[in-house]
Design a protein around this ligand. Structure first.
Ligand SMILES: C[S@@+](CC[C@H](N)C(=O)[O-])C[C@H]1O[C@@H](n2cnc3c(N)ncnc32)[C@H](O)[C@@H]1O
Length: 302
């Protein structure tokens, strides 16, 4: 198998805002290919602990191999690593309150998930309409595409895809059903809403984003994480969140604002941190990334 590729985004800023110290306890809620986690592990030292979540067990198996290689390299300097193959919405069931020095999440899918045609995330590679990050979950993109009624489909594409031509796309999809593969869906969407002058993205990008968000309940997952984050941090602990589209970023921004108003968190990023031109060229995935960070400043009495 070819070496998986996933380049961590905003790595330097993530480490700086997480303020990883030797002996710390840090959660990486989205292990992926352990890009961020490897850099965190190097800083934690032998008394430190890294707890890594990913709901994609295939991704986790690869990340485990990568971290095992790092452990060989670091020897006694390697921190303890605990793997949690669950959704990060379950974080409060696994992590003790006020126990974390740092919490990182780098939302969305990894380049590996996108590159593997059989996972069904990509309109560039033909595969089954799946899109599940966790293959144990029930809902697939194929079910949404073929079973949702036209109005629900249009609303979904409008809301989660921020696609203005959602009604036209939904009508075309319903007429073309059954649709079984990513390439078929991409063709139907592109014919219904072709690229317009100046468009920088593929015409199916927004529709695929909408389906992926729905299938994986991505916004619900983020809301659950945001609900628990503050209570899991020690005073002085940091939370660092990387979003890839405005729906995700808005949830983070609003939650931070609310927690800052209540006095529980201090927001460290007045504006979100974005990739430099150099990083955007080197890693196109970083172009839409926005990092926001906050520090817990006191323990609430509830
Ligand atoms: C963008 S990648 C993370 C990449 C990682 N930071 C790196 O540098 O290698 C996101 C990962 O988070 C996982 N993921 C996404 N949503 C999740 C959720 N709600 N719970 C657990 N894992 C999730 C995905 O399966 C994917 O492997």
């Amino acid at each position: 198998m070819a070496e998986p590729q996933h380049v961590p985004v905003l790595l330097e800023a993530s480490l700086e805002y997480l303020n990883v110290r030797r002996g710390g306890v840090v959660v990486d809620a989205t292990l992926g290919y352990a890009g961020h986690s490897s850099a965190i592990a190097r800083r934690l030292g032998p008394e430190g602990k890294l707890i890594a979540f990913d709901r994609d067990e295939q991704a986790m198996a690869r990340a485990k191999a990568r971290l095992a290689a790092l452990a060989e390299e670091l020897g006694r300097e390697m921190p303890t690593v605990e793997f949690v193959p669950r959704a990060f919405s379950e974080i409060a069931k696994v992590i003790e309150p006020r126990s974390l020095d740092g919490l990182l999440a780098d939302f969305g899918m990894s380049s590996m998930q996108l590159d593997e045609a059989h996972r069904g995330f990509s309109f560039r590679a033909d595969g089954p309409l799946d899109m599940r990050m966790d293959p144990r979950s029930e809902l697939t993109a194929e079910q949404v595409v073929n079973q949702a009624d036209e109005e629900d489909l249009a609303n979904l594409i409008y809301e989660y895809g921020e696609e203005r031509r959602s009604r036209r796309i939904a009508r075309a999809v319903v007429r073309a059903r059954p649709i079984q593969t990513t390439a078929e869906l991409a063709r139907v969407v592109s014919a219904a809403a072709p690229s317009m002058k100046g468009d920088k993205i593929h015409p199916a990008t927004r529709t695929f984003q909408a389906l992926r968000i729905r299938v994986n309940d991505e916004l619900g997952e983020i809301q659950s994480l945001l609900k628990s984050a503050e209570s899991l941090l020690k005073v002085g602990g940091r939370v660092v969140l990387i979003s890839f589209h405005s729906l995700e970023d808005r949830l983070v921004k609003d939650k931070f604002k609310e927690a800052a108003k209540d006095g529980g968190l201090e927001v460290l990023t007045k504006k979100p941190v974005v990739a430099s031109e150099e990083e955007s060229l080197r890693n196109p995935r970083s172009r839409s990334a926005k990092l926001r960070a906050a520090e817990k400043i006191f323990v609430r009495r509830r």
